[in-house]
Design a protein around this ligand. Structure first.
Ligand code: CA
Length: 236
């Protein structure tokens, strides 16, 4: 097969070439990411710091963002929030050198969809980015009946009520809401909500669905997640 034949591969996955903006100050890592992602068929733009990222993102509308948390002029999480408030809706993967639980959580509450701790394996980054690209529609505001999913605040709302979602719950809800009325198979839900290659058992999905049902009840929505026995779930 021709090594440049990305378009056919991507067509079969029903995606177009993803434009990815990488914000990273380390020159060596920047060079590797630029070259590597380009070879993987991404349309790559690089930024060195937060200021450069903001000016590029406003004009280029990236589909995916990779943001280093430790930037010379700002914290990557603040850059992420600035981008979100500037209307950039692309999913965000944070790169972090700090492997503390608190940082992960604040990364997600800053609007991050995933993170990788340095040093990371390049193939892992590519797999996560592909997964984020598949989920990209989730980042647009989803609405089903009286239920709304807010991609900026990661909350589920109905009327005045709101419930916070974990990143996995958020992606799962997005998958169900983006195809409301249709049966979503368990393996489709796993592909949408967990990192590619993760081992997720059917009963884990069921546990998450129970939690989501609780949150939907919490916001007093009429919308329900229906079980389709032996197949999956349907939200309507
Ligand atoms: Ca850095």
């Amino acid at each position: 097969m021709c090594p440049d034949d990305h378009s056919d591969n991507e067509k079969s996955e029903k995606t177009v070439t993803s434009r990815v903006l990488v914000v990273e100050d380390n020159p060596e890592l920047r060079r590797l990411l630029n070259q590597g992602l380009d070879e993987e068929g991404f349309d790559v733009t690089m930024a060195r710091d937060g200021r450069e990222a903001l000016s590029i993102a406003e004009s280029s509308e990236p589909d995916l963002l990779v943001i280093d948390i430790g930037l010379p002029d700002s914290d990557g999480r603040d850059v992420c929030q600035a981008l979100k408030s500037a209307g950039v809706e692309a999913p965000v993967l944070f790169l972090t050198a700090r492997d503390s639980g608190a940082d992960r959580v604040s990364g997600f509450s800053a609007g991050g969809d995933d993170y990788l701790t340095k040093p990371f394996v390049f193939a892992e980054l590519v797999a996560r980015l592909r997964a984020l690209a598949r989920r990209a529609p989730v980042t647009s505001k989803e609405e089903v009946g009286d239920l709304r999913l807010d991609p900026v605040r990661h909350v589920l709302t109905s009327g005045e009520q709101s419930a916070e979602l974990t990143p996995t719950e958020f992606r799962l809800t997005g998958a169900l809401m983006s195809r409301s009325g249709e049966v979503i198979r368990r393996r489709e839900m796993i592909a949408a909500a967990w990192p590619s290659g993760a081992i997720v058992h059917d009963n884990t999905v069921d546990v998450y669905v129970r939690r989501l049902r609780k949150k939907i009840a919490e916001v007093k929505s009429e919308t329900e997640i229906h079980t389709v026995h032996g197949v999956g779930y349907r939200l309507e």
